[in-house]
Design a protein around this ligand. Structure first.
Ligand code: FAD
Length: 472
């Protein structure tokens, strides 16, 4: 009997692979090791759970352990894979204080990423949070809830919840002032979440604009949205240290020397791929530090695959390896690898870094290469235009200004990237640009696409088409 397909990590990439493998080859043995108790959960929904817009933790779960078992997958929660031996094709697994060896025929590393806080001195103080997982989200929401209204059972999650930590925060008085360090998409979403609890929110960002990956025009629109909502932005200020008394944070210290008294801090300054598992193996990492993979998600070692936040993928525009850790590419790569392992080889596709973020009423999107320096480094001669156009016919109620930036190569006209911001269904319009990137369209070709028009949905010239016309 051959060894099973072993999957390390029980979320987006891992369970997509396991499920697809079993669907394609129902006779294939598939074992999934997940070190935590949560499986098949939506990180992306956690800011909205903290905000109170999503009621219970189970609302963020896609598959229950029972549903996974029904798919014929041998799911082992509370099992951490602590070593890989690619010669003997085994993994070492720790569970309940014991370690055992598990042979594999094919192996998928889908260990995701973790939030970074170590560059900031004092980040181990109490009431300094990161948001990477449901336990983090539950602890923050418990802290925000007045103790007299708090009951751990109201959060849901059953046995998977780290209830002791959550109960400790639930017993504390809610914070009056919170610093959010880092204004990437998680920081901006969390500023909105804290604001919903009437907390005085201070958002720190070391660059001059929030969401730097979304470009200047979106950054300016986000600043305005945050100002309108009453969030205090500290732009161009890098938080270097957190100070505290009695073990809990009470002060944020910036590189300029300025300080702010706070009751809690959310650090959202980025993530790192969970690659510790492969450190003593010949499995190669790429330039980003994430695991290098080919078009089928294969690593440099036979029968070992990697997918999701732990892996690089080819970039849609440049074809070069890139690390853009996002939800759809994780699910898509996992699914493709599951099919491949089951005997139906499927490419994992490429990633354009297509992302969306909501800043209160403002919706933003970005895709491809916006940064001119990055475009030049990839051999392009970038040129860009930013326009503002209506989201619907001007006479139709609720039309709103939508700002679109498109970047193209001057010589060939090939579209390289785009961004968008507006209050009326703006973010989803980025998918038009992402699709154009996937098809390697020029700006002229994008301008001639037959997009839909009806007054309640779009003007005759969709804002993306207006931008293409201006840039062409
Ligand atoms: P994960 O979902 O992190 O899963 C990895 C799993 O592996 C974890 O459960 C972990 O416990 C387990 N594991 C790790 N090491 C081991 C080991 N040694 N042994 C066993 N198990 C192990 N993306 C978007 O596209 N849009 C969004 O709006 C968005 N919002 C987000 C908001 C937040 C707050 C966060 C944190 C992320 C967000 N993302 C978003 C990113 C998205 O959630 C990730 O890209 C996606 O979850 C990656 O899936 P994954 O399976 O690679 O990793």
């Amino acid at each position: 009997m051959s060894a099973p397909f072993v999957v390390v990590g029980g979320d987006a990439a891992g369970l997509s692979a396991a499920s697809k493998c079993r669907r394609t080859d129902p006779d294939r043995d598939v074992v999934v090791f997940e070190k935590g108790q949560w499986i098949s959960y939506a990180h992306c929904g956690t800011p909205y759970f903290v905000k109170g817009q999503v009621d219970r933790l189970e609302d963020l779960l896609s598959l229950s352990p029972a549903a996974v078992a029904e798919r014929g997958i041998d799911l082992r929660r509370g099992h951490e894979v602590v070593g890989v031996d690619t010669d003997s094709q085994t993994v070492s697994v720790r569970a309940d204080g014991e370690t055992f060896e598990q042979p594999y025929n094919d192996l998928l590393i889908a260990t995701g990423a973790r939030a970074v806080d170590d560059p900031i001195e004092g980040s181990s103080l109490d009431r300094v949070f990161t948001l990477h997982g449901l336990d983090h989200a539950a602890a923050i929401r418990a802290f925000l809830t007045p103790p007299e209204e708090f009951a751990v059972a109201d959060l849901g999650g059953g046995d998977a919840l780290a209830a002791d930590v959550v109960e400790r925060y639930g017993a504390m008085s809610p914070p009056e002032r919170v610093a959010v360090v880092g204004a990437g998409y998680v920081g901006v979403e969390m500023a909105e979440a804290f604001d919903a609890w009437d907390v005085d929110v201070h958002l720190f960002q070391r660059s001059e604009r929030p969401v730097p990956g979304f470009g200047d025009a979106v950054g300016d629109a986000v600043i305005a949205a945050l100002d309108d909502a009453g969030v205090t932005t500290h732009l161009g200020e890098e938080v270097v240290r957190l100070r505290g008394g009695a073990g809990a944070v009470d002060t944020v210290v910036c590189d300029s020397g300025s300080t702010l008294d706070v009751d809690a801090v959310l650090v959202g300054i980025g993530i790192r791929p969970n690659v510790a598992l492969i450190e003593d193996t010949p499995i190669e990492r790429g330039g980003s530090g994430a695991i290098a993979t080919d078009a089928f998600g294969r690593t440099s070692v036979d029968d070992v695959y990697a997918a999701g936040d732990v892996a690089e993928m080819p970039h849609t525009v440049t074809g070069e390896a890139t690390w853009d850790p996002l939800g759809l590419p994780a699910n898509r790569a996992g699914r493709a690898i599951g099919a491949t392992v089951a005997g139906d080889p499927q490419p994992v596709g490429s990633v354009a870094g297509t992302a969306m973020v909501k800043a209160f009423d403002l919706e933003c999107g970005r895709t491809g290469i916006l940064d001119h320096d990055r475009a030049r480094a990839a051999g392009f001669d970038p040129v860009s235009e930013t326009i503002t156009a209506g989201s619907r016919s001007g006479y139709y109620p609720d039309a709103a200004e939508t700002t679109v930036t498109l970047v193209a190569d001057r010589a060939t006209g090939r579209l390289l990237g785009g961004s968008i911001a507006g209050t009326d269904r703006a973010a989803v319009r980025i998918d038009t640009v992402a699709t154009a990137l996937g098809g390697e369209l020029t700006v002229g070709e994008l301008e001639r696409q037959d997009l839909g028009y009806a007054p309640p949905f779009s003007p005759v010239w969709d804002p993306v088409l207006v931008a293409a016309k201006v840039l062409n």
